[in-house]
Write a protein that binds this ligand. Structure first.
Ligand code: FES
Ligand SMILES: [Fe+2]
Length: 358
């Protein structure tokens, strides 16, 4: 169902401060997130190996965590280091641990074979932490929908004209433009040039713009579900390479499946103008919250109808090209992982069997 051998965003860095023990379900697995004293993030199976109580209801003890049901204590590598009243600990008594790294301001988790967790595969989310770009962190929405429906939405910006008529869109011109779709090794690059259009309502809250502008969106949408986008708006009567009067943005967005029908959505949109003016970041943040709420309302309603009538077919149109290609990429990877190493990629603990006789 899900691609496992890839990095997913698990949390914003500030969600995990101090002695926080956080439970977050990812790909249907309840995961415990916390930090060691030196700040290194840790991700463990949240079900205690003893009798499945949530470790997130436990207590941090140094870099270890104690299950507060019967007191077993586990290290950051998942191994049990203490069983109250018992001297010998079976070597197989351990929690599954997941590779997790912090890159810029996001924590990324690897849900597949730990031996294949390669940090060089992390996407380049440079604008999350870059002196030329500013934004308000913390963008997050929880969706009651299959993450693939949200991928569909992000792979076709024609919906800006309709779902976001009064926020990010402002004109039917966006839907009328045919995007350029290019293949990438692990996804697609989509370019949409919208010329001689009007500024979007969210633009007009940021700056005064002429009534006729050009807008451009260029984004990579890569596996498992990460969008990295440069976009801008600028006066229509300026040369293409003249960015002096442009409002430039860079957006990082990541979808992490929670279950088959629910999704964590992490997002931000940075700006490269008036970076010292916090009202710009605040305005963008609020605009995105409202606009992404519009997507959420539409997609969750779509999901509910699909659930009620799963047999009803979808009627494709040419504008679905990117959606179809991306879903094909997802299927290829899921099928390949299943065929290659089902035992490794499906929830195998890193240690020996996680049970000890009573
Ligand atoms: S369930 Fe965790 S110690 Fe018993
Ligand atoms: Fe949208």
């Amino acid at each position: 169902m899900f691609i496992r051998n890839c990095w997913y965003v698990a949390a914003w860095e500030h969600e995990l401060l101090g002695d926080t023990l956080m439970a977050r379900t990812i790909l249907g697995e309840s995961v415990l997130l916390y930090r060691k004293a030196d700040g290194t993030p840790v991700a463990l199976d949240n079900r205690c190996a003893h009798r499945q109580a949530p470790l997130s209801l436990g207590r941090k003890v140094g870099d270890t965590v104690r299950c507060m049901y019967h007191g077993l204590r586990f290290g950051a590598d998942g191994r049990c280091v203490e069983v109250p009243g018992q001297e010998r600990i079976a070597p197989g008594l351990c929690q599954r641990s997941y590779p997790i790294v912090q890159r810029d301001r996001w924590l990324w988790i690897w849900m597949g074979d730990p031996a294949r967790a390669d940090e060089s595969l992390l996407p380049d989310t440079f604008s999350l932490k870059h002196p030329d770009w500013a934004y308000k962190p913390g963008g997050y929405l929880h969706y009651q929908a299959d993450y693939l429906l949200i991928c569909d939405n992000l792979l076709d910006f024609s919906h800006l004209s309709y779902v976001h008529e009064k926020t990010l869109g402002g004109s039917t011109g966006i839907a009328e433009v045919k995007p350029r779709i290019e293949k990438l090794p692990h996804g697609l690059r989509i370019t949409r040039d919208v010329r001689n259009t009007v500024p979007a309502p969210f633009h007009t809250r940021l700056a005064s713009l002429p009534s006729v502008v050009n807008r451009q969106f260029v984004y990579d949408f890569t596996l498992p579900a990460v969008l990295l986008m440069h976009s801008h708006v600028k006066p229509a009567d300026t040369a293409d390479d003249d960015m002096a009067g442009a409002l430039q943005f860079h957006s990082c967005q990541a979808l992490t499946p929670e279950t088959e029908t629910s999704t964590h959505y992490f997002f931000m949109q940075a700006h490269k103008f008036r970076q010292d003016d916090a009202t710009i970041g605040e305005s963008l943040y609020q605009s995105l919250l409202v606009a992404f709420g519009e997507d959420k309302q539409m997609i969750e309603a779509q999901q509910a109808q699909m659930r009620a009538s799963p047999e009803r077919p979808m009627q494709p149109i040419p504008a679905d090209a990117a959606l179809g290609q991306f879903r094909w990429l997802v299927k290829q990877r899921v099928d390949a992982e299943r065929a290659a190493a089902p035992a490794q990629t499906v929830a195998a603990p890193t240690g020996a069997p996680a049970r000890q006789p009573a």
